[in-house]
Design a protein around this ligand. Structure first.
Ligand SMILES: Cc1ncc(COP(=O)(O)O)c(C=O)c1O
Length: 410
């Protein structure tokens, strides 16, 4: 398939006016909690006296069934801190999946080496067999992404990590309300990291939450977090959430089930229905153990097996202005210069702890063929971000999808 390296992420800009009025509904509840914060005279939880942050943390922990939660300025910070507390650093490897880049980036923050496991063709989530094949004596942590609202095979992955003594970080940025065997994601590993950025199921503009059921780990992280001047016991960062953000978070938490169940899950179903009789647009497989939480809709192009041309489909899609996104990032993370050219390690070329994959001692290379399933899959992915898509808009989109299917089959 065509190897043009441009992302079409910016092509589908969103009309926010509708979102503000109809979908996200920032309003009275947010204002009530914000007013409480302003009246309290304290806008930070830096010394542990931020009442709103603590209320949000307790409510969020309860919502996802975790013992503890720590509010963060965003999910990327949560992932970076998770890598730090895992002990990964120079000379260690962190296994990530290659469709999104956040796990790999978090590893590089601590000069650990991202190693990419392949995903499953039908679910797009990490393949436990590929994870196993990528474990080496240097593996310190695994960052598994529950992609686009759907849990990875997280019980199997957690068991592998427990057996091998590997720290497990769950990237739950897309998965508030998602579960595996009735257990909310974020509870299977050592840490689970959620995102509240504007384009997620729960929004505080920017924000995140790290959850854990490990009390010892929680105490260590919280103590490090509340340091007030002296250096922490391990490399830890002031990635806190402010009280103002927590007020919006607490209000949004009260609404999130309603938004997910009554909008995102419905729009997901509407788009799935549009392709249900089509042999060459294949819906994402949701295993029976997974409870999905609507976030992005996705399917794969399988047209060549039916003598159909993808380029023709893309051209028609443009003409009909449907709003589909092709390929997501188009290529796995290791195909991008940041990883491929080892940008992060290059700053000090003579450093003795330079990325081991670029020394003669290692035969691991970021080359095409590293994760063949992902490489093929990413070219075929067709997606729609559901966050700002209303039900009437999804219905219109579904009609157009049915229309393009007919046109292709003439
Ligand atoms: C899978 C995944 N992880 C982490 C992040 C980072 O989230 P944040 O923007 O809150 O830092 C994102 C953001 O889109 C994401 O999609």
């Amino acid at each position: 398939m065509d190897k043009e390296k441009t992302s079409d992420a910016k092509q589908h800009l969103i009309d926010y006016s509708f979102a503000a009025e109809e979908l996200r509904k920032y309003g009275e509840v947010e204002l009530k909690y914000l007013s409480e914060v302003i009246k309290s005279g304290i806008l930070s939880n830096c010394l542990g006296d931020g009442k709103m942050s603590q209320r949000f943390e307790s409510a969020f922990a309860k919502k996802v069934g975790a013992k503890n939660a720590m509010a963060k300025n965003n999910a990327m910070s949560g992932l970076v801190e998770a890598v730090s507390v895992s002990g990964a650093g120079p000379g260690f490897e962190v296994i990530c999946d290659p469709i999104v880049h956040f796990g790999g980036l978090a590893a590089v923050f601590f000069n650990a080496v991202p190693r990419f496991a392949d995903v499953k063709r039908d679910t797009y989530n990490m393949d436990p067999d590929s994870l196993l094949a990528n474990i080496t004596p240097l593996t310190k942590a695994v960052i598994v992404t529950h992609l686009w609202g759907q849990s990875a095979e997280i019980d199997t992955i957690a068991e592998i990590c427990r057996d091998k003594g590997i720290f497990l970080i769950e990237d739950c940025a897309h998965t508030i309300g998602a579960a595996w065997k009735d257990r909310h994601v974020g509870n299977f590993g050592d840490l689970g990291v959620f995102s509240f950025q504007e384009f997620k199921q729960l929004s505080t503009g920017d924000g995140g939450m790290t959850v854990t059921n490990n009390e010892e780990l929680f105490d260590r992280m919280r103590n490090a977090w509340w340091f007030s001047g002296e250096s922490p016991k391990f490399l830890y960062l002031n990635y806190r959430m402010t009280e103002v953000t927590a007020a919006v978070g607490l209000a949004q938490l009260e609404k999130v089930d309603n938004i997910v169940n009554n909008t995102y899950n419905k729009t997901l179903e509407i788009l799935n229905n549009a392709i249900k009789d089509c042999d060459w647009l294949k819906a994402r497989n949701v295993p029976k153990e997974a409870h999905m939480s609507g976030y992005w809709w996705s399917c794969t192009w399988e047209g060549e097996q039916h003598n159909l041309y993808y380029e023709k489909f893309k051209q028609l899609e443009k003409e009909m202005n449907i709003g589909l996104r092709f390929g997501f990032n188009l290529y796995p993370a290791y195909e991008f210069p940041f990883f491929r050219e080892s940008t992060a390690y290059r700053t000090q070329p003579d450093c003795p702890v330079r990325c081991p994959f670029y020394t003669s001692k290692s035969n691991y290379r970021y080359t095409w063929g590293l994760t063949p399933v992902t490489e093929d899959l990413m070219q075929r992915l067709i997606t729609v971000n559901l966050i700002f898509l209303s039900i009437p808009e999804a219905e219109k989109m579904a009609d157009r999808i049915r229309g393009i299917i007919k046109k292709m089959e003439i």
